[in-house]
Design a protein around this ligand. Sequence first.
Ligand SMILES: C[S@@+](CC[C@H](N)C(=O)[O-])C[C@H]1O[C@@H](n2cnc3c(N)ncnc32)[C@H](O)[C@@H]1O
Length: 236
Amino acid sequence: MRIDIVSIFPPMFAGAFDHSIVKRARERGIVRIDVHDLRAHTTDRHRSVDDEPYGGGPGMVMTPEPWFRAVESLREEGERGRAILMTPQGRRLDQRIVRELAAEERLILLCGRYEGVDERVREHLVDDEISIGDYVLSGGEPAAVVLVDAVVRLQAGALGSAQSTVEESFSDGLLEYPQYTRPAEFRGWSVPDILLSGHHAEIVRWRRRQQIERTRLRRPDLLPDGDADTEVLDAN
Ligand SMILES: C[S@@+](CC[C@H](N)C(=O)[O-])C[C@H]1O[C@@H](n2cnc3c(N)ncnc32)[C@H](O)[C@@H]1O
């Protein structure tokens, strides 16, 4: 997979992809990540990327031309890719969308700044718009880091065990079950006996029930009709 990121602050990505799973995926050639400076695609002496909003109002708006030039020049090399504008007005990122994006050959992520980006970029340049949540960041860069991390760990070979992405939160529409490791007793708090019992089938059943219970308590919106019949989910 190939991921290109376009930003006016490329240094913000320094180190972001140089650790742990993303680093290993890059080293193994599973993903290639390149960060591009939007200002390299300006034509004026000041390398300007913003201007005052038509109709008045506070702040500055990013002009369309550098974005079109940047994305079009990237598309000239190889795969067309899916160009995604990072915006609080986009589809709200969840694991289903992450899986959808992880299946793409190439992503081109556009990180906005200021009051946002001229509407014509949204209308005529990008293929998709993604928000990482219902809050406003000062720029798309942290959102791009979140998206890249979530997408890269789903690439085949990126994780030590492929099973990790099967059994984690949201993979089957539920939160993950509680996890414990050594010591079996810590400051008087014990690990549930069932996990030490060695009864694999019982452990699987206990974990399933825990998943359903904690999803019901913490995120009932994830369950069918906002609340689930435990037995029905159990049977699946
Ligand atoms: C200050 S925000 C602009 C917000 C815009 N005026 C609005 O009200 O929709 C500047 C940039 O940060 C990025 N951004 C802010 N919040 C975001 C979010 N929740 N998800 C993704 N990108 C976000 C976008 O690229 C946006 O263009």
